[in-house]
Design a protein around this ligand. Structure first.
Ligand SMILES: NC(=O)c1ccc[n+]([C@@H]2O[C@H](COP(=O)([O-])OP(=O)(O)OC[C@H]3O[C@@H](n4cnc5c(N)ncnc54)[C@H](OP(=O)(O)O)[C@@H]3O)[C@@H](O)[C@H]2O)c1
Length: 297
């Protein structure tokens, strides 16, 4: 995607995502060394020009920049703890999905080991890697972010959020929260119409344009939240948003109601506290302040 200087780079983890990251680096002309816990997953990469490291020690010492894309936080420690001294003086970019607390813990571990640490959150699926529609969020060492741009930009659009290593992960998980709750709502709708013989594919064709249009509402809802005034005119009220009929219809069709009941719980909490004529966006307060009066006052 970008011009590159053929920087040497090592990729640890050749699963679906790690494999896509490594392939994009090879395509971009970087001298790429690859390693995977289970041998035999690197054949296509080696055929394309990557070097295979038989041991983790040989992998991390092959390059000044080491990329980790493993299953989870525990697997990162399991892999890197034994080679901490070999990593000293190198840059570690961890693209494994982790919690912010995990990212900060790993940044501390890296600092103790003399490793320059950059954390990343991948907002993409493997086929998007190597295209500008793949967005990768970074935080941690600004030096690593700046000096590794030829590597990072081979994957997609790179954005840096600051020195706090937990920030990229926080944004990553926050955006994924929106995705998963939307998907749950889609499955709920698909289950409702399935009771009348409609396939999920047919439902998707109907639901997609409307849901895509609704994402256009997010900016306006965000303005209400940021303004903190839920009495502003022109907003759909909480009373109007009451999902009781939606829940009853779901039960009448014989489908589970958990996904919608969760949203209804947030709405009812505000209505019961006397805010029924205020904006639907007020459910944000119940999420932001889950305990005590602040979520309803
Ligand atoms: N796939 C996506 O769409 C996507 C999108 C965004 C972010 N991510 C993140 O990217 C990371 C990798 O995802 P993936 O899709 O590549 O997963 P995957 O296909 O399941 O691959 C998992 C990788 O982790 C390795 N691994 C698992 N446990 C390990 C351990 N204890 N020690 C060493 N290596 C271990 C596996 O090695 P073996 O071959 O030896 O099992 C494999 O290379 C995850 O954190 C995921 O959340 C993925």
């Amino acid at each position: 995607m970008s011009s590159n200087d053929g920087t040497a780079v090592t990729v640890l983890g050749l699963g679906d995502m790690g494999g896509a990251l490594a392939a994009a680096l090879v395509d971009a002309g970087h001298r790429t060394t690859v390693w995977n816990r289970t041998p035999g997953r690197d054949a296509a990469l080696v055929a394309a020009g990557a070097s295979s490291a038989p041991t983790i020690r040989e992998a991390v010492t092959a390059s000044p920049v080491v990329i980790a894309c493993l299953l989870d936080h525990a697997s990162v420690h399991e892999t890197l703890d034994p080679v901490a001294t070999d990593l000293e003086g190198r840059a570690l970019v961890n693209l494994t999905t982790t919690r912010p607390s995990h990212s900060r813990e790993l940044a501390g571990w890296a600092a103790d080991a003399g490793v320059d640490y950059l954390d990343g959150g991948i907002m993409a699926v493997p086929p998007m890697i190597g295209t500008s529609s793949a967005s990768i969020l970074y935080s941690g060492s600004e030096t690593v972010f700046r000096t590794s741009r030829p590597i990072l930009d081979a994957w997609g659009t790179s954005t840096y959020f600051g020195e706090d290593a937990g920030l990229a992960s926080l944004y990553d998980l926050a955006i994924l929260s929106g995705m998963y709750v939307m998907f749950a709502g889609f499955f709920h709708g698909a289950a409702m119409v399935a009771t009348e013989g409609v396939s999920a594919g047919e439902f998707a064709a109907w639901a997609t344009p409307f849901l895509a249009a609704m994402t256009g509402e997010l900016e306006g809802l965000a303005k209400v939240v940021d303004g903190g005034d839920y009495t502003v005119p022109g907003q759909q009220s909480l009373e109007f948003s009451d999902l009781d009929d939606l829940l009853r219809a779901s039960a009448e069709q014989g489908v589970g109601t958990e996904a919608v009941a969760m949203v209804q719980g947030l709405i009812r909490r505000q209505i019961d506290a006397g805010h029924g004529d205020e904006a639907f966006a007020r459910i944000y307060e119940g999420i932001r302040h889950p305990t005590g009066d602040r979520g309803t006052a």
